[in-house]
Design a protein around this ligand. Structure first.
Ligand SMILES: Cc1cc2nc3c(=O)[nH]c(=O)nc-3n(C[C@H](O)[C@H](O)[C@H](O)COP(=O)(O)O)c2cc1C
Length: 321
């Protein structure tokens, strides 16, 4: 059993499920577990900490004989960190949030499949022109950074705009129903983040996983607050979807004031993050938290989402009169 799309076949996937490269959450162990279960595991290289990458990339490389990949945040990446990642010979390189052109040639020259995540149709066309082999249409429902368009209308619009380049859907996909829906919208697979945050192998702290299990979609908010306090100069187009907490309540609508005192606030914030105090520290998570109630293994999640989508797709013809 399985679900076959051209994208999935390219990597020998049982199900066209891609682990989102979640910064500090998608480590080597989780990426390997997803690839071993028949999906495609991507390590979340995030802001490009070389020590972290040197520790995590051998874990995925040695942990699976299947395809795997690495993701970086494009606007803060540099040639040195891309070269470091390429030394581990990933099959897939995932770039998101910024112009992929400075890095596309070196990634493709290394023989990697280049996947670019975008948030609107114009960026999809630009990513294709830059050499992207696969485009991810990321809707605003997504956990972590993103922009304003919603997944449901964005995915078919991007699929039309870049055809025949394969498109994956991201944002709000957490079970078999939403994977099946993404495929019917014209996507060849789904990039899934928040659902995998709450699994055994993710690097998220147990208290963060428990908050995801307890939260409702309405408990999430798109905000710059956590970027301001952490000192990351994100381009204005991107905000991060996170669980609301005491810190967002304190600073909502007062981002400029927070920027004034960010350096003073930062040590306390970092101490809270290290201690797992999520009344202050961020838990990036998307609207799909409504669908998340447990912390299973990554393999169980790939199976559950894949089998669920299969059942939905098989039931489709019964809807037709
Ligand atoms: C905790 C977390 C961290 C994330 N970090 C990154 C990142 O470093 N780079 C990236 O391209 N996307 C990142 N994302 C966004 C994912 O690539 C993806 O678009 C998103 O998770 C899909 O939506 P979903 O969370 O509803 O599944 C992150 C998402 C989450 C939940």
């Amino acid at each position: 059993m399985g679900i076959r799309t051209p994208f999935g076949e390219q990597f020998g996937l049982t199900y066209p499920i891609v682990l989102a490269p979640m910064a500090a959450v998608s480590g080597g162990r989780l990426a390997a577990a997803v690839s071993n279960a028949g999906g495609l595991g991507l390590v979340g290289g995030g802001y490009g900490d070389p020590d972290w990458l040197e520790a995590q990339l051998p874990v995925v490389r040695d942990g699976t004989s299947h395809s795997w990949g690495i993701g970086l945040i494009t606007w803060i990446a540099n040639r040195h960190i891309v070269e470091l990642a390429l030394r581990f010979q990933p099959h897939v390189f995932f770039l998101s949030f910024g112009d992929p052109r400075p890095f596309a040639p070196m990634i493709k020259d290394a023989g990697c499949v280049l996947i670019c995540q975008v948030q609107d149709v114009d960026a999809a066309i630009q990513a294709k022109a830059a050499g992207a082999d696969v485009i991810v249409a990321q809707g605003t429902e997504a956990g972590g950074h993103g922009a304003l368009r919603a997944t449901l209308p964005l995915v078919p619009a991007v699929a039309d705009a870049v055809a025949p380049t394969p498109v994956l859907a991201a944002g709000g996909i957490a079970d078999g129903r939403s994977l099946a829906a993404a495929l019917l919208l014209g996507a060849q697979g789904a990039v899934i983040g928040t659902r995998f945050f709450a699994c055994e192998e993710s690097l998220g702290l147990p208290a963060a996983k428990q908050r995801i299990c307890a939260a409702k979609g309405g408990d999430t908010v798109r905000t710059r607050i956590f970027d301001v306090v952490r000192g990351y100069a994100w381009p204005a187009a991107f905000t991060g979807r996170a669980l609301r907490n005491r810190f967002t309540a304190q600073w909502a609508g007062r981002e400029e004031a927070l920027a004034q005192v960010a350096e003073r606030e930062r040590p306390g914030y970092q101490a809270a993050a290290a201690a797992g105090d999520f009344d202050t520290a961020v838990v990036f998570a998307g609207e799909a938290v409504d669908l998340i109630h447990d912390v299973p293994s990554a393999a169980e999640l790939v199976r559950r989402i894949g089998v669920g989508a299969e059942a939905r797709l098989k039931a489709g013809p019964s809807l037709i009169v």
